[in-house]
Design a protein around this ligand. Sequence first.
Ligand SMILES: [Zn+2]
Length: 259
Amino acid sequence: MPYPFEYAVVNKSDERLFKEKLPHISSSIPELFRTMSIAYRSIEQRNIYGKYGGLRRDNGFETALNLLWVAMLNDKVIGIDADITTYIDTLRALCLKWYKFGNSLDACLFFGYYFYLFNSQSRFIIRDQIKDLKFLIDNANQTTQDPSILAFISPSYSSAWYQTDDGIGDKLSNIFIKSGDLSKVGLPLPGYQITFGQTYQYDLRAPHFISAEQIEKPIIQDNKVIITCPKCKQRCRGTKFEHIEMTCPKCSQKWAQHI
Ligand SMILES: [Zn+2]
């Protein structure tokens, strides 16, 4: 089964602009991809031989990650005080973009393994590494306002999610996370951590966390369903189908969701 983000359209002019606007990232990210794809193969080998060999720690992954963090500061896509969630999510957007330019799928799968499946461990490691690096760099808290750069790191998901018996979906994209791939958390914010812990079908378009207040459970009465417009929050009524397409009567926003 292909990964949900696998068949992406390669846009050559996008790639040129990326390299021109983000020169530091463009020169650091190939090394990160190289180490991630080796690391992914070492996980696969573990699976072949059926025993846990652990991750190779000698392949330079952590160094490459540190260098990319510095490159992200230099290209001003994050500031030095960016919180860990913003940093990992921006890194995710950059890796997804880089993949779309025709780079390694294995590298992205390792990203999924490291940052979704082992989310809490990886956050802990990253937080530690950044703490060590931070004092080496000063005056890097300014972020870019360039719209073409902001477009590269804009989220691939919305903040309007719906819940079904099978999982949680994004009203404004076709991202859908199965229940087994989610882990419910109460602190610091109630919601769901996306781990892909059951299917391992990593989707790099998805966030790592969806807060409970962004998720709507549709109200179903008789054969009708009441759901909220993802744009203007108008409550909309429709006929209940397994898959429905709605147009908001107030703002004309269209969206589709499963019930
Ligand atoms: Zn609306």
